[in-house]
Design a protein around this ligand. Structure first.
Ligand SMILES: [Zn+2]
Length: 124
């Protein structure tokens, strides 16, 4: 069976914390990818506030409720049954965030992070 849930490199977007304003500017200019990336990361924070536990996509260290997130890997698109396109975010911890973009994306691609999604399926 082909592994359709495995993320593909061309669908992976890396948003570093220091670039968040640039992504917001992209949204203002009508960039739909940027809109999906930002809304996915906002959802991640909301889910964490609601008690969902996330680990770093690179090293699998668990994020505490107050831990900073250095960057996000966002996988686009997943088309849902209602036709909407969904983006799946994964956090990168502060230590892993010091690595370069290729390293982070390589780590993310070899982890089964999509299988942890949606959060509604995870153990509370
Ligand atoms: Zn990490």
């Amino acid at each position: 069976m082909p592994d359709e849930r495995k993320p593909k490199r061309e669908r992976i977007f890396l948003m570093r914390r220091q670039d968040k304003e640039l992504w917001r500017e992209e949204i203002a200019q009508g960039n739909d990818i940027a809109r999906l990336v930002i809304s996915a990361t906002n959802q991640w924070f909301e889910d964490r506030r609601n008690g969902i536990a996330f680990s770093c996509v690179c090293c699998e260290k668990m994020f505490g409720s107050a831990d900073g997130v250095n960057a996000f890997i966002v996988n686009i698109p997943i088309r849902q049954s209602d036709g909407k396109v969904m983006a799946i975010p994964a956090g990168v911890c502060n230590e892993c965030g010091t690595q370069d973009d290729d390293w982070i994306i390589d780590q993310a691609l070899c982890r089964p992070w999509l299988s942890f999604w949606p959060p509604g399926d995870s153990i509370h």
